[in-house]
Design a protein around this ligand. Structure first.
Ligand code: B12
Length: 177
């Protein structure tokens, strides 16, 4: 199984620091932590690629390669997420949506094949099990909260941290600790 994990582009917001990041040769203020964590929960033998659209371009050949596109987004990324969904639909790629955007307004995403909502530690395993058995449903949700100590370490190998400025915001002074 080939999984393309996609993080849609942020619009210009305070937290995007789009103009300031140029001065330190970075393209994004933070890594797509939810997607990297979900990637670590997928079967080891599945092939995985991650495209963070804040750092690089989503190419047709990335989509052609994939069996599934796993999209993660906050509500602020809604317009960009919609564009990714349309692209996937046009190319016939199945979509799995998760993260805050899909969790808070799943009723607006009837066109997404599978909505794996809330905490993936709880909702992803039943989805994967159903997928294996050929009976994956449209929505997986749960109010249960996971034991964070059991959450796997994000699959850092999927991204290039050189272009990402992790919590060292250019306009903040360095803290003395
Ligand atoms: C750290 C943080 C930030 C950081 C970095 C964000 C990041 N992605 O690393 C900063 C400070 C930059 C930030 C900024 C903003 N944030 Co913020 N942030 C958070 C915070 C505290 C933690 C996010 C995190 O990294 N969690 C750890 C990872 C592992 O968890 P996760 O991303 O939630 O992913 C889990 C699930 O969502 C799910 N999942 C996620 N993606 C996917 C994908 C698939 C396919 C599947 C199956 C599952 C899945 O599985 C994961 C494991 O359980 C959350 C609140 C919270 N406690 O979660 C708010 C939160 C995500 N932020 C929020 C908001 C609103 C913002 C801002 C828009 C605020 C603003 N007004 O400017 C900005 C937007 C950024 C921008 N560029 O414009 C909201 C989003 C609400 C929404 N519906 O979109 C949250 C939920 C806070 C809240 N309760 O309101 N934020």
């Amino acid at each position: 199984m080939k999984i393309l994990l996609v993080y849609p582009e942020f619009p210009d917001t305070f937290w995007s620091f789009k103009y300031a990041l140029k001065f330190i040769s970075k393209k994004a203020t933070h890594p797509p932590l939810g997607l990297l964590t979900v990637a670590a929960m997928l079967p080891k033998e599945w092939e995985k690629k991650l495209v963070d659209m804040n750092v690089t371009t989503l190419r047709d050949k990335d989509l052609e390669w994939a069996d599934f596109a796993f999209i993660s987004a906050m509500s602020v990324q809604k317009a960009a997420a919609r564009e990714v969904i349309s692209k996937c639909k046009k190319m016939g790629i199945k979509i799995v949506g998760g993260g805050p955007l899909f969790t808070t307004e799943y009723e607006n995403f009837g066109d997404v094949d599978h909505l794996v909502l809330n905490e993936a530690e709880i909702t992803l395993p039943p989805f994967l099990e159903d997928l294996r058995n050929g009976c994956a449903k449209h929505i997986y949700t749960s109010k249960e909260l996971p034991d964070i100590e059991k959450t796997p370490i994000p699959l850092w190998e999927l991204i290039n941290m050189k272009k990402i400025c992790i919590y060292e915001y250019p306009i903040f002074p360095r803290l003395p600790f």
